[in-house]
Write a protein that binds this ligand. Structure first.
Ligand SMILES: [Zn+2]
Length: 237
């Protein structure tokens, strides 16, 4: 465990970003911290890391505890580095999974949410019908092929327009900052993206240095999630 103090709102958001990563810090997560020396827990109520690095926290009172966090209070958060390393690999896997689902099922597939924890990954995506056994197999094989490539994961800062022209997946209607962080992963001869990158996404999260660090993955479950969406669960070797 390491402890860091965040003296300003900007540093605080930046530290949370570095500690938990864009896709790794979920709305609804509970994180531990201290307010002027008193142990507290905070619920994450808004994660805007893809846009302007904003994170909103609400103090989590819990049974028998009172929430008394005020604007201007000094907050110290603890980062669990072992957990961070595990979630980083799984977060990188979500990028490969997203692209594999798009290639196998079609470009209607869009990420609807993900939960990344040590040992497991849950990914929700738009797809209005069940996946066949062959489709599941094809997605799994494609993700594992990209992991086996062990190509370096590259991150660059650029304007949103430049990112889109490189082939980055972007969320329409979302307001992006003037400069966005672009993460590219894997190589594919068939790719029309810059440098034949297999996946390019706008992402503020932390990632593995090379895809091989993710380790082999296995699809363990596909389930229906609402009318239009599916949820896939991955396990790691
Ligand atoms: Zn990401």
């Amino acid at each position: 465990m390491a402890t860091a103090t965040a003296p300003s709102r900007e540093d605080f958001a930046k530290m949370l970003d570095e500690a938990f990563g864009g896709g790794n810090l979920q709305e609804g997560s509970v994180i531990k911290g201290k307010v002027v020396g008193v142990e507290k827990e905070f619920a994450v109520i808004d994660v805007g890391l893809k846009t302007e690095g904003r994170v909103a926290l609400r103090e989590f009172a819990g049974p028998g505890r009172q929430a008394d966090l005020k604007v201007g209070d000094e907050v110290t958060l603890e980062v669990d580095h072992a957990r961070r390393t595990a979630t980083r690999a799984h977060h990188s896997a979500t990028h490969l999974l997203h692209e594999a689902l798009r290639q196998v099922l079609g470009t209607h597939v869009a990420q609807k949410g993900s939960l990344v924890e040590p040992g497991r990954l849950r990914f929700d995506f738009s797809h209005p019908k069940p996946m066949t056994h062959e489709e599941i197999r094809a997605v799994e094989d494609m993700v594992n092929a990209m992991i086996l490539q062990n190509e370096p994961v590259e991150t660059h800062l650029m304007t949103p327009e430049a990112a889109i022209s490189q082939g980055a997946l972007a969320l329409f209607g979302e307001k992006y900052a003037e400069e966005v962080r672009v993460v590219s992963m894997g190589k594919s001869d068939k790719s029309t993206r810059a440098q034949h990158a297999y996946s390019i996404e706008l992402c503020g999260g932390t990632h593995v240095r090379a895809t091989g660090e993710i380790g082999a993955v296995r699809v363990t479950q596909i389930e229906k999630k609402g009318k239009q969406n599916r949820r896939v669960r991955l396990a790691f070797a």
